[in-house]
Each structure stands twice: as structure tokens, then as C-alpha cells.
Design a protein around this ligand. Structure first.
Ligand SMILES: O=C(CO)[C@H](O)[C@H](O)COP(=O)(O)O
Length: 199
């Protein structure tokens, strides 16, 4: 059986004044999808951009790149429809930010997007587990949300078993992002294979 992993560069560490060309550079370097970090200054102590920027990006890069919106915002319900209209493919919200994940999942699907569910380092996978069959992707954070380039939290490893990897500064900051993406993909695919053989 062939084991594969998907790599989604986070554009957080890129030159945000050149976001369109940075996204194209990542896709041309072999990225499987793009992880777009949306921050509102409330859920996290940082601000990035919102749906108007996503709409411009979509026009600039075309229909093909898959946009996974990592919504680090305090009211994720508010941005579902605007993000769908702007051209987002997946809406990944934080379980810590809503009292009604089921309703939000329904709204996201009705808007035509896939559903991602994220947890901060302090949140257990048990809180995520009841929604596992209702979502397309679980995002287990290995840094505190808000900033790229932080130290990887090794103690998050028991929560993971990942087949999709978000990597920002290591990919964006490299002179050779193609090699970094390929290396990440190979290492993760081999780990998945080993894990399945160990079972
Ligand atoms: O979600 C994020 C921060 O909130 C970033 O997307 C994530 O941390 C990836 O960036 P890096 O690899 O530089 O840590």
C-alpha cells in the first residue's frame, strides 16, 4: 500500500506584501495546499487579514490552489459566508471559540466548504473526538496560535498521527522550498508506514 502525506505551507512567515507571488512560489515548489492564517487580534494577539484579501488572492492565483483558512478568530460564525464567497475551500475553526460546533460545521458545509477543526495545545484530543466523523481535517496545534517560527512543542506528539503537515518558516524561509516540502512529505509518509506496520 502507498502511504502519502500532504504538505500545506503556512504563508504567515512570508512577505505579506507579496502574498500572491508567495502562494504561487509555494504551489510551484510542490505544496499540496495553502494554509492561510486568519487572525483577528482577539483569539490571538496578532492580526493578519480577512476575506477581502482572500478574494484578491483567489483572483491572483486562480482556481486551483486549495485554500485552507485557519480561522484564529473569536467569532468564527461571522466569517463563514464571506470566506466561502471569497473563494476559500476549507474553513478550519477552533473548538475553543464556539459553544455550538455542530451548528458551525453545518453552516460551513452549506456554504460549500470543507470543514477543519483545530485545537490549541492546552485542549485535549478527547474534546475533538466527538466531531471526528463530521469533519474533513483535524488540526492539532504544536505551537500556541498567533505567530510563526515558534519552537515545536514535542509534548504534543502523543496527540498526533498526522497525514497533513502545516509548516511555515521552515518552508517559506528556505532558499530551496521544493526540497523542504519533498523532505517533509517523505519523512511523514515513512512514519505513517512504520506506524501501520507496528500495529
Ligand atoms: O498557525 C500558525 C501560527 O498560529 C502557523 O501557521 C504555524 O505555526 C506554522 O508556522 P511555523 O512553521 O513557522 O511555526
Amino acid at each position: 500500500m502507498a502511504y502519502s502525506a500532504k504538505i500545506g505551507p503556512s504563508i504567515l512567515s512570508s512577505d505579506l506584501s507579496c502574498l500572491g507571488s508567495e502562494c504561487v512560489r509555494m504551489m510551484e515548489s510542490g505544496a499540496d495546499y495553502l494554509h492561510l492564517d486568519v487572525m483577528d487580534g482577539h483569539f490571538v494577539p496578532n492580526i493578519t487579514f480577512g476575506h477581502p484579501m482572500v478574494e484578491c488572492l483567489r483572483k491572483s492565483v486562480g482556481q486551483d490552489p486549495f485554500f485552507d483558512m485557519h480561522m484564529m478568530v473569536s467569532r468564527p460564525e461571522q466569517w463563514v459566508k464571506p470566506m466561502a464567497a471569497a473563494g476559500a475551500n476549507q474553513y478550519t475553526f477552533h473548538i475553543e471559540t464556539t459553544t455550538n460546533p455542530g451548528n458551525l460545521i453545518k453552516e460551513i458545509r452549506e456554504s460549500g466548504m470543507k470543514v477543519g477543526l483545530a485545537i490549541k495545545p492546552a485542549t485535549t484530543v478527547e474534546e475533538l473526538a466527538p466531531w471526528a466523523n463530521h469533519i474533513d481535517m483535524a488540526l492539532v496545534m504544536t505551537v500556541e496560535p498567533g505567530f510563526g517560527g515558534q519552537k515545536f512543542m514535542d509534548d504534543m506528539m502523543p496527540k498526533a498521527g498526522a497525514n497533513m503537515i502545516v509548516s511555515g518558516s521552515a518552508v517559506i524561509g528556505s532558499d530551496d522550498p521544493r526540497s523542504v516540502i519533498a523532505l517533509l512529505r517523505t519523512v511523514v509518509a515513512e512514519a505513517i508506514q512504520k506506524r501501520s506496520l507496528d500495529r
